[in-house]
Design a protein. Structure first.
Length: 176
C-alpha cells in the first residue's frame, strides 16, 4: 500500500514538475515528526477519528508552511486513515525521486551522529563503489557501540563493533 501512494504522488509531482519541492516539504514534515512526540502519536494512534486526524494534521501543515501537493497528499492520507503508513510512503517517494535523478539511497546506521565531514567522505566512497551519487539516510543506534551498517538496495555491509563482538562470541563458543 505505501508503494501505491508513493507512486501516485511521484506521478503527480512529475506532471506538475514539482518533485523536488514536494520532496523538500515531505522532508520538513518528517523532521517535524522526528522532533515531536505529540505529532508521532497523532500519526500512529488509531484512537483518533479520520476527521480529527485530518483537521489536526492540516492545522499543523498550515502552521509549518507546508502547502500545495505535499499538504494535499498528507491530507488525503489522513482522510483515508492511512497516516500510520505515511513514513513508509515518504521513504518510497524519496526512493522514486532518487531513482529518477540517477541516485541511490544508502541507509546508514551508526552508533553516533555522523559529522558533515564523515557524511561527505562516506558519500564519496559510496559513489566510487556504486558509480552513482548516494543520498544518505542516517539513523543512530547506540547499541552498535561503533562502526556502521550501510544498506544500499539489497546489499548490506555491517562493520559495526556489535556484529564483530557477536561473531567473536559465536566463534569462542564453537572452540570451547
Amino acid at each position: 500500500m505505501p508503494g501505491r501512494y508513493a507512486n501516485a504522488l511521484f506521478e503527480l509531482g512529475s506532471e506538475a514538475r514539482a518533485t523536488d519541492e514536494v520532496a523538500g516539504l515531505l522532508d520538513d514534515f518528517m523532521a517535524m515528526m522526528d522532533s515531536s512526540d505529540d505529532l508521532r502519536r497523532l500519526v500512529r494512534s488509531p484512537v483518533f477519528s479520520a476527521e480529527e486526524q485530518t483537521n489536526a494534521i492540516m492545522a499543523v501543515l498550515a502552521r509549518a508552511g507546508i502547502g500545495g501537493l505535499a499538504a494535499n497528499f498528507i491530507g488525503l492520507v489522513a482522510k483515508n486513515r492511512r497516516l500510520f503508513a505515511l513514513p513508509d510512503m515518504i521513504r518510497g517517494f524519496r526512493a522514486l525521486v532518487a531513482e529518477a535523478r540517477g541516485e541511490v539511497t544508502a541507509e546508514v546506521t551508526s552508533a553516533e551522529t555522523l559529522s558533515a565531514a564523515q557524511k561527505k567522505a562516506l558519500a564519496a566512497e559510496l559513489k566510487k563503489a556504486l558509480g552513482k551519487d548516494a543520498n544518505i539516510s542516517e539513523t543512530v543506534d547506540p547499541s552498535l557501540l561503533g562502526g556502521l551498517i550501510v544498506k544500499v538496495g539489497s546489499r548490506m555491509v555491517d562493520s559495526s563493533l556489535k556484529s564483530k563482538l557477536n561473531s567473536l562470541r559465536i566463534a569462542m563458543k564453537e572452540v570451547g
